[in-house]
Design a protein around this ligand. Structure first.
Ligand SMILES: Cc1cc2nc3c(=O)[nH]c(=O)nc-3n(C[C@H](O)[C@H](O)[C@H](O)COP(=O)(O)OP(=O)(O)OC[C@H]3O[C@@H](n4cnc5c(N)ncnc54)[C@H](O)[C@@H]3O)c2cc1C
Length: 469
């Protein structure tokens, strides 16, 4: 069994740590934020008292997709039980749709189940589960570099250095340092070649607000949780213990919509969308939080067929992160952590070159297509929003984009296609899998291709601007 150092106690770090500890590895998580979570059951203290400066999105809306829940249920059932025990919300993405869209509930619809909570609540539960699984979590320790065996071209990482000059040795270092991980610069300081990195501003800005129910009821979902409108996407997310959140996403270049950062204007805007207006009818438990400057970034530790270093891998956002409005980050991190756990079952970390290569191969085979599909969606949606702002129609040579829009429109009138569309949104099927179904493409074309660009009732750009004026 290996001694494994996990950098970062975020969703990826904690998830990976629990999986690895379950295989009897000695797992130590090192986290730079000093404050630990309150007891998991104290969800209010987690929400209002727990400060995590290391994670920009700590207090921003999160929703755990059915894909995440599938993995938790299968691999970390104790986490699922603990989440339910602290009041996490159980939802089914098909059941919550209006009955005229989904028809009767069918056998198999349980694949759309999930359990979700506000991010601090999720982390408090995961943190307690990690400790119960034997993971050591050391908070308030900032990693500042790597120790290596001194080899020059492909150094083998032997541990980490911390801000107070301490060296911590490990058989394997797992970087779960998130979007802003400094691994690339540490590797280069250790003499390694640069990782292969691709990055660009995702181009979106988020205006988000959390609410608590005044009545104990959660607002009804009148359509899918993510809804696209002229110049703006709206996301409504159920949370734990009678809480929920509403996110308005626009192109960050769209200066005319920046008034959304002001609560009165934000509410005036939400009121113009009849399917979500009632989601703003709760007690606000946050301001309108704004986040921009998020990158799509992927970082490979194998360059030109050779590892840039061994003894270290990156998992979760540290390996790939995208615009979060489709809510896939935590699911991708769990898939990625599962790949590492499986690989370590058959590859000794002492065989460090093989481990580095095999993990890269597995990541490229399984996680990279998920990253690519998310970036594909973002690029089209951003270009569509830019066309909205310019008052032009968005045209693309890529036939998959109009087909994906037609699938949504068709899902409004066809219960089978409602399930097809929702499977992609739930991250439990790919578009190829859905469109590969017998007769699906033909039905999508017949029912959805002639639909308006934005088939849901809601403000045009002009009406939105008027609401913000
Ligand atoms: C606005 C927003 C909304 C999102 N919504 C969703 C959603 O609805 N659903 C979903 O699945 N995903 C969502 N995501 C993505 C999700 O937050 C991440 O994918 C997920 O948290 C996994 O991240 P991580 O653990 O890799 O990194 P993080 O959560 O960023 O954690 C990284 C950790 O590493 C620590 N760290 C960094 N550097 C060091 C260092 N040098 N030394 C010690 N510790 C260090 C940090 O303090 C931090 O705790 C959202 C992201 C954003 C930005």
């Amino acid at each position: 069994m290996a001694r494994i150092l996990v950098l970062g106690a975020g969703l990826a770090g904690l998830g990976a740590a629990i999986l690895l500890a379950g295989d009897r590895h000695e797992v130590i998580v090192v986290e730079r934020d000093p404050a630990g979570p309150p007891p998991a059951a104290d969800t209010e203290a987690a929400w209002s008292g727990w400060q995590r400066r290391g994670v920009n999105q700590f207090r921003l809306p999160h929703f755990m997709l059915p894909r995440w829940w599938q993995q938790v249920r299968e691999q970390l059932p104790e986490v699922g039980d603990a989440l339910r025990a602290v009041g996490a919300r159980q939802v089914n993405l098909i059941d919550m749709l209006p009955v005229d869209r989904r028809g009767p509930i069918r056998p198999g619809d349980e694949r759309f189940d999930t359990v979700t909570a506000r991010r601090p609540v999720l982390e408090a539960v995961l943190s307690a589960a990690a400790e119960a699984a034997g993971v050591t979590i050391r908070r308030g320790i900032t990693v500042t570099g790597l120790t290596t065996d001194g080899r020059t071209r492909v150094p083998r990482v032997t541990g980490v250095l911390t801000a107070d000059g301490t060296a911590m040795a490990a058989d394997l270092v797992v970087d779960c340092g998130g979007r802003r991980s400094a691994l690339a610069s540490w590797l280069q300081a250790a003499g390694a070649r640069a990782p292969v990195e691709e990055r660009s501003d995702s181009g979106f800005v988020y205006y988000c607000r959390h609410f608590r129910s005044r009545t104990g009821e959660q607002p009804a979902a009148l359509s899918n949780l993510l809804q696209n409108y002229d110049s703006l996407s709206a996301i409504t997310l159920p949370g734990d213990n009678g809480t929920w959140s509403v996110v308005l996403t626009t192109a960050s270049r769209d200066r005319a919509l920046r008034g959304l950062r002001e609560p009165a204007r934000w509410h005036a805007a939400v009121a113009r969308y009849p399917l979500i207006a009632h989601w703003a009818d709760g007690e606000p438990i946050s301001g309108v939080d704004v986040l921009a400057g998020l990158e799509d970034r992927q970082r490979r530790l194998v360059a030109e067929g050779e590892p840039v270093a061994t003894g270290v891998v990156a998992v979760g956002d540290a390996w790939a992160c995208t615009n979060p409005s489709v809510g896939r980050g935590a699911s991708m991190a769990m898939i990625h952590a599962g790949l590492l756990r499986d690989l370590l079952r058959e590859t000794d970390p002492a065989d460090h070159d093989k481990l580095a290569r095999r993990f890269d191969e597995a990541s490229m085979q399984v996680v990279e297509p998920l990253y690519r599909a998310t970036v594909w969606n973002d690029r089209h949606r951003l270009a569509e929003m830019a066309a909205d702002a310019a008052g032009t129609a968005y045209r693309t040579d890529d036939p998959r984009w109009p087909m994906s829009k037609a699938l949504f429109a068709a899902s409004l009138v066809d219960p089978d296609l409602a399930r097809g569309y929702t499977s992609i949104a739930a991250f439990i099927a790919t578009p190829d899998e859905v469109f590969g179904g017998a007769g699906v493409a033909e039905r999508v074309i017949a029912l959805g291709m002639g639909a308006p660009q934005y088939p849901l009732p809601g403000a045009t750009r002009g009406e939105l601007l008027a609401a913000l004026a």
